[in-house]
Design a protein around this ligand. Structure first.
Ligand SMILES: Cc1ncc(COP(=O)(O)O)c(C=O)c1O
Length: 373
């Protein structure tokens, strides 16, 4: 947000900035979603709804898990509709954790998690990242043994590293849950952006008894480009669902009525949305990887999922915050600095490829000119 604001200021001053810092898709929500939104407003679906979300949407969410994964999820007790994936994570922290508890947060992490933990009075145990972005298992294990450690946050596909859990990592998590009775928060918001052959799209199918140890968080922002609708959901056991519901009731009452109806249509049309993603994003991902390879001083092994390249730089020893600002000021390309995602991500820059191929190519032309100078 800091860099987005700086970039907007530069635009006001007349500079043509290319935005590769923001995590939002560039396509319009499908026509059917737009139509439902307008129709729902006209039909007066503008009142409060029940706090757990309209039954039609909770049913559609449980159908998604049934049709896509063969999982039976109770739409009444196990699904809560939230104001974005963000409220899903926030409410889940409050439902599971008590003041003074510790949560394991593997780096690099999405910027909002530590703030949410802090608000809930929960201490984050930051786990430095590994060079291939896989889980730092030894460090996680040594912290899991601490009796105050209650949970771990997993975000796969990961923002910003793009890493997707491997089968081996999933086995590690299963053992972690069993041996240390840890709780897993699984943020699966990028589950429809996968560019490699990956084992699973939800941890719900991976744990022997997910109801004991897991809350899954997902949403409409990334798959359906509905970022401003502020709509997401949680899947949890009924008891934790009660806790999540209390936070929804105390903070927002319910998600916006007509947005929930748009969500019902979105889930019905998910095959179309996934088609659109698969038409646009694999090519952008390949172009970004090619551009990085062509640029001396930047490197990246792979982009596995989500829509970010987490790029290592070695053309300078300066901190990533300085480098990102310098590139913005001198090349008019806005990127996010690695340290926004944890201290061990120093020396990295995050490049979002939720923009057109032309913009991605032009951005790297500008970055190469900047580096040559
Ligand atoms: C990892 C991660 N989780 C959750 C969210 C929040 O999504 P929403 O817009 O649905 O609140 C984001 C948004 O950028 C994200 O990157």
């Amino acid at each position: 947000m800091k860099f987005f604001t700086m970039a907007k200021q530069r635009e006001r001053e007349g500079h043509p900035v290319i935005h590769l810092e923001v995590g939002q898709p560039d396509f319009q929500p499908l026509d059917a979603i737009q139509n439902t939104t307008i129709q729902a407003i006209r039909e007066g679906k503008t009142t409060y709804t029940v706090s757990s979300g309209i039954p039609e949407l909770r049913h559609a969410i449980s159908q998604l898990y049934l049709e896509d994964f063969g999982l039976e999820i109770d739409p009444n007790d196990e699904v809560k509709v939230t104001v974005g994936g963000k409220q899903g994570v926030f409410a889940s922290f409050y439902a599971v954790l008590n003041r003074g508890d510790q949560i394991i947060l593997p780096e690099p992490y999405w910027v909002s998690y530590p703030d949410m933990a802090q608000l809930a009075g929960v201490k984050c145990i930051f786990i430095p990242m590994t060079s291939d972005f896989s889980l730092n298992q030894d460090k996680i294990l040594s912290n899991a043994a601490n009796e105050k450690t209650r949970a771990i946050l997993i975000n796969s596909p990961n923002n910003p590293s793009s890493h997707i859990l491997t089968s081996e990592e999933i086995r590690f998590l299963k053992d972690l849950v069993e041996d240390h009775n840890l709780f897993i928060f699984s943020d699966e918001i990028y589950s429809d952006y996968i560019f490699i052959d990956a084992p699973s799209r939800t941890l719900l199918t991976e744990l022997d008894d997910w109801r004991q140890n897991l809350i899954v968080i997902n949403g409409f922002a990334k798959t359906f480009s509905m970022t401003g609708y502020r709509l997401g959901w949680t899947v949890s056991n009924p008891e934790l669902g009660v806790g999540i519901l209390k936070i929804i009731q105390a903070s927002t009452t319910c998600p916006t009525n007509f947005c929930q109806w748009a969500g019902v249509t979105a889930l019905k049309e998910r095959a179309l949305a996934r088609e659109l993603i698969n038409r646009l994003f694999p090519e952008r991902r390949d172009v970004l990887m090619e551009e990085i390879r062509k640029t001396d001083g930047l490197s990246l092994e792979s982009i596995d999922g989500a829509f970010y390249g987490f790029v290592k730089y070695d053309f300078t020893n300066k901190p990533s915050e300085f480098v990102a600002e310098d590139i913005l000021m001198k090349a008019n390309v806005c990127l996010a600095p690695g340290t926004a995602f944890g201290q061990s991500a120093e020396g990295y820059l995050r490049v979002a490829f939720s923009r057109s191929i032309e913009e991605i190519r032009e951005a790297f032309e500008r970055i190469r000119t900047y580096l040559n100078q």
